[in-house]
Structure formats: C-alpha cells, structure tokens
Write a new protein. Structure first.
Length: 476
C-alpha cells in the first residue's frame, strides 16, 4: 500500500512540473538550492500573466529576456520574515470531557529470577552483583570495583562490664616442678635452667652469646676540676656532644688573659638535593655515604632490582606477578585476570562454564550439546536453607546448568522438580563431573536427595531437538 501511494505522488508531481514548464517556460534561480533561491520572471503588462525566464539562455531565445510588452522582476521561494503578530486573548477553559471507558487488562508480566553473584563468580560481574533471568534473556546489575581503604574510625566507647560468670569446675591437680640452675655442659652448651618433675627432667637453655654491640654514646661531662695555682687564667669550653666534630680556639687578650671558644662543625650530607624520584616508590638516602634506596608503594614491587625504573610491577593487576613477584595465576579452560592481588576468571573457553565459582578448577563444566546450536548454556547458582524453596526458569534449545547449595539445618532432604515440554534433568551430587549416570539421569517429576552432599549440579535438557520453556524448583 505504501509503495502504491508513493508512486502516485511521484507521477502527480512530474505531471504538474511538465504543465508549468510548458506554460511558463524555463525557470532561472540564483543562490543555493534551499528555500532562499531567487527566480527571474516576466509579467505581461496587459493581463498580468507571469512566465519564468532564464537570463543565462542565449539572447536569441525568448526564454532569456522579457519583451517590450512585459516587465521583468525577481522573487524567492521564501520571503522576508514578518514581525510577530500581537498575541490573542486567552480563551476560556473548555468543560471537562466525559470519563472514557476502562482500557483492556494488560498482558501478564514475565517471571524474572534475581540471583545474587559473589565476587569473581560470574565473568559478567567481576566484583559481584545481581543477575536477572527472564524469558527473553539475561541482564546484570554489577557492583563497582572496591573503593580504597578508608581512614580508621575513632575508637568506640568502652562497653559496660559484663556480669560475673559462674565459677568454672576445679582443674586437675597440677604436677610439682622443681627448677635449678644448669651449668654450661652437655645439656645446655651455654647454661640454663633444669626443670625436674615426677616424670623426668627437661631443660630451658640459654642461647649463644650475641655479637659485640656497637659502642655506646659518650658519657656526660664530669664536674670541673679545682683551680690550679698560678699559670694562665682559662675559661670554660664544652666539648661538642655525641662525638660531633669541632675545634677549640684559644684567644690571648692584650693583658695576657687567655680564653677558649668552642666551634662545632656541621656535618656535610653526601645526599643529592633534591632527592631523585622513581615510579611507584619513595626514595631514601644515607647522608654519610650518599647511597640511595627505594621503598615500594603498596601494591607494587621491584622485580628487577633496578632503581632506575622504580617499582615496576603492579602486584594487584599483573597475572604473572599476582599478589607477589613471580606468582603466575592460571585456571583450566579459562582466561584469567588479577584483581586486588587475587586471580579471577575473566572468560571461559568455548564449550566450558564455571558453575562452582572456584578459581582453582577454572571453567570446570563442559557443555555437552546433543544438537548444533548458537545458544550457550545458562549457568544459575542458588543457595537453599532448611524450610526454603528456590525456583528458576529458562528457555532451553540445548541444555542449561544449575548449581544448588543446600544447608542441612533440621531438614533431612532436598526435593527437585522440573516442568516443561519434553524436558528432563540429571542430578549430580557434590557438583562432580562428568554428569551422573544410572538412576540420577533423565529424571521427570519430583525426586528427593540427601542433604549430605552439600552441593548439587543439575543439568536441564530436552529429549528431542527444539525450544522449551522450563521451571525448576528445589525445596527442603
């Protein structure tokens, strides 16, 4: 229908243009091809008939100029913008319309399963978050990266003293011990203490003598001695403290009086000023020797012992130095990364999935499709407590995997049930692989299993090729 209307409009426009050209001649426009183009025309003075001309046409052509019976003028498609008109008076409010009929009921909403994701449990949310599984697909609301460590808070007020607890039972009779000094010998090379009891003797021995310690600081200056008889008259001079280098100057006055002046020398540092800086590190210098060393910033390390490039390794993000220099992280069937110094699974190889959320075994689950398909297996993880029920829904074209964690509590078993056309399920205790065999495969309807396994992996799949919607429930 749209193609027919479009074709009719095109034919009508072409026909109108043809009639106009035949009656009025050629049109001549100057300027751009927008609505501001200027046209040239001739008006027949006697009747006011207007025809378009083209001044660029040959002068011999009547279509290039006006005759003596006509007046030439120009006009444009878009005229000069006029002044705004005076706003009209506001009209009175109209009466309220009658209430319309009630609309039809909306379609039933889709069931959505919200699953909490732990950090590194799903490649779509490295730092954890929530996965929303609906009939038409899966979306995620992911947590952001952890923020930096905040400043320590102020200590809280001391709590009230608790009530006196009951007296504990009397302890067993102790063993009488006798201690005595043990001289240096075969039992204790450097001497020690001998501990004797009814069951025998043991020894607490002294360690080997330590190395000679450094010389202690200079002692305080002693009191001034008594004045000597005769000789020169002196003055006090305090020796610089802490073995600081200095000189003593003797001054002889014109009258023969002698005095002493102490001069302390300021040590000269061998360190450069300012100290050089290196990447991801702070610089330390020994003022006596001028030797430089660096201290790495948190999360960085100096792997090549080359001060020029500072602390060049980021142990928080490097997969070959994750958490420590030389610590290479890897996981089977997975592409891995390093986040905050810990290995994480970034992506699984085609055909493999991470169902148990453990980094060590990588993407441990292999998709064993029976039919060729471009759909990937769905991985859903839920935790179930005693007395609770979890429900999961999906659409399977090949197979889906579910991981169920169960807590014993006071319950004795967990019951699984699956609904959906041509759908069956396998139950794998303890999350082991390959899938279970025998009585735990191709199950239909409710089946109860013991809680001792702690974790179950469930494979949901069709018995024939096609697409099915399914609902799986687990209850304790």
């Amino acid at each position: 229908m749209k193609r027919y209307v479009g074709g009719r409009r095109s034919r009508l426009l072409l026909a109108t243009l043809a009639v106009f050209a035949a009656a009025a001649g050629a049109a001549y426009a100057t300027g751009s091809s927008d609505s501001g183009a200027v046209y040239t025309a001739c008006k027949l003075n006697a009747t006011g008939t207007i025809r378009l001309i083209d001044p660029t046409a040959p002068a011999s052509s009547l279509l290039s100029h006006c005759t003596t019976l006509e007046t030439q003028f120009t006009f444009s498609q878009k005229g000069v913008k006029g002044d705004p008109g005076t706003p009209g008076a506001a009209g009175a409010n109209g009466a309220d319309g009658a209430t319309g009929p009630q609309g039809p009921a909306g379609a039933a909403g889709m069931s959505v399963l919200a699953t909490q994701l732990a950090a590194a449990a799903d490649l779509n949310c490295v730092f954890g978050g929530t996965r929303f599984t609906a009939f038409n697909g899966v979306t995620y609301a992911c947590n952001g990266a952890p923020g930096s460590q905040g400043e320590p808070g102020m200590p809280g007020a001391a709590g009230a003293t608790g009530a006196q607890g009951p007296q504990g039972p009397a302890g067993a009779d102790g063993t009488s011990l006798l201690t005595s000094s043990e001289p240096a010998g075969s039992n204790c090379a450097y001497g020690g203490v001998k501990v004797s009891s009814a069951s025998g003797a043991s020894f607490v021995c002294n360690g080997a003598p330590g190395a000679q310690g450094e010389q202690g600081p200079r002692g305080a200056t002693g009191p001034q001695g008594a004045a000597g008889s005769g000789g020169f008259v002196g003055s006090d001079c305090t020796v610089p403290p802490n073995d600081t280098a200095g000189t003593v100057q003797m001054v002889v006055a014109a009258g023969g009086a002698i005095s002493f002046i102490c001069h302390t020398e300021t040590p000269v540092s061998a360190c450069p000023t300012p100290l050089p800086s290196y990447p991801n590190a702070s610089t330390v210098c020994n003022p006596a020797t001028g030797a430089l060393s660096i201290t790495c910033a948190s999360g960085f390390a100096d792997g090549d012992n080359d001060i020029a490039n500072g602390c060049e390794i980021n142990t928080q993000t490097s997969v070959t130095n994750c958490g420590a220099v030389g610590n290479v992280v890897s996981a089977p069937h997975a592409t891995v990364g390093c986040v905050n110094g810990h290995g994480v699974i970034v992506a699984c190889q085609a055909g493999f999935f991470d169902l148990n959320g453990q980094f060590a075994d990588g993407c441990e689950a292999q998709d064993i499709d029976t039919w060729a398909t471009s759909f990937a297996a769905v991985s859903v993880t839920s935790s179930l407590n005693c007395g609770g029920t979890v429900s999961m829904t999906g659409n399977s074209v090949d197979e889906d995997w579910l991981a169920i964690s169960v807590n014993e509590g006071f319950c004795t078993g967990v019951t699984f049930n699956l609904s959906g056309a041509n759908m069956v399920y396998d139950v794998i205790p303890n999350g082991s692989f390959p899938p279970a065999t025998g009585s735990n495969t191709a199950l239909v309807g409710p089946h109860t299993f013991p809680l001792s396994a702690g974790r179950y992996t469930v494979r949901v799949y069709r018995t024939t090729p096609g697409l099915s919607s399914w609902t799986f429930t687990a209850s304790e």
